[in-house]
Design a protein around this ligand. Structure first.
Ligand code: DAK
Length: 258
């Protein structure tokens, strides 16, 4: 794949945005490649995805400014839709995803990281939505996901001021869950992914769907969503194995995703 690499380690899939000459900035080809990689993920076998950027300087330094600079309104809308469709596909992808943010996560890069289930980052990571300084709004979901993650007040401050923040500030406001030295970042991401991969995938995926779908609706409806997804785990092999192992005082042999 041209600008996006994909490798698997056991049951963990690692997606790497690989356009180092432009600090992994997202042009139309990168977005197409990301979609192709996501479409090809083996949903039966893979239990967790890690999304990262190549090199030790940048996760993704944004949408490609050179490519966007000459776009017409119609082209910009089409580009925004392409990015939004693929980021939304990642957000609702049944398999959970961790963004391992290894440097600049600006504009579309911050937005890509926010489309993952959660974020961890290296000490040199920098987050921000610099778009208004370029004369545009965030266009790949930044206004919506940042506000949901850190609250509308903080999201508005970050977006209106176009001010970048460092890893410690991102941790303080809850944009990332943990910060690690650069050389440990992937190891820690893989450890987290392996912990997720050990659990029953049907249950992990149902939990993801319950949280995502429940947050879109009011509480009574949200609880109903949880009830249905809770029920859907029953009569599965993995539910019988998980509970059977507890009752028989033994370790789970293997969850089979069925
Ligand atoms: N686009 C294109 N090229 C980029 C880039 C980007 N976002 N970021 C970096 N590069 C390129 C640089 O042009 C440079 O290329 P050469 O000059 O070597 O050919 C190379 O990467 C190395 O960058 P620098 O030389 O600038 O490296 P420094 O270490 O000096 O600086 C930096 C690193 C990350 C601080 C700096 O590169 C920078 O400020 N980059 C731009 C960051 C930024 O503003 N990102 C947000 C982009 S706006 C929408 C859809 C999407 C979006 C909005 C609307 N709709 C359709 C509605 C999303 C918008 C964005 O993401």
């Amino acid at each position: 794949m041209g600008f996006v690499k994909y490798e698997t380690k056991g049951q963990v899939g690692i997606i790497t945005i690989d356009r180092p000459k432009a600090l992994n900035a997202l042009n139309s080809q990168v977005l197409d490649d990301l979609k192709e990689v996501l479409d090809g993920v083996d949903q039966q076998e893979i239990r967790c995805l890690i999304v990262t950027g190549s090199g030790d300087k940048s996760f993704v330094a944004g949408a490609d400014i050179a490519a966007m600079s000459t776009m017409s309104q119609a082209e910009a809308e089409a580009f925004g839709k392409k990015g939004n469709d693929i980021f939304r596909a990642l957000e609702v992808f049944p398999i959970p995803s961790i963004a391992a943010v290894n440097g600049f996560a600006l504009g579309g890069g911050c937005e890509l990281s926010m489309s993952c289930d959660f974020r961890i980052c290296s000490e040199n990571a920098v987050f921000g939505q610099p778009e208004v300084g370029l004369g545009i709004t965030p266009g790949f979901g930044g206004t919506q996901r940042l506000a949901r993650l850190v609250g509308p007040g903080m999201a508005k401050q970050l977006i209106y001021t176009a001010k970048n923040i460092k890893a410690d500030e991102a941790l303080r406001i809850g944009l990332v869950n943990a910060v690690f030295p650069q050389e440990q970042l992937m190891e820690e991401a893989e450890k987290l992914a392996a912990k997720i991969a050990k659990n029953a995938p049907i249950a992990v995926r149902a939990s993801k769907k319950a949280i995502n779908d429940g947050l879109q609706v009011e509480m009574d409806k949200a609880i109903e969503i949880e009830e249905k997804l809770f029920g859907s785990c029953f009569e599965s092999y993995d539910q019988k194995e998980g509970m059977g192992a507890f009752l028989e005082k033994r370790k789970v042999e293997k969850f089979l995703n069925r």
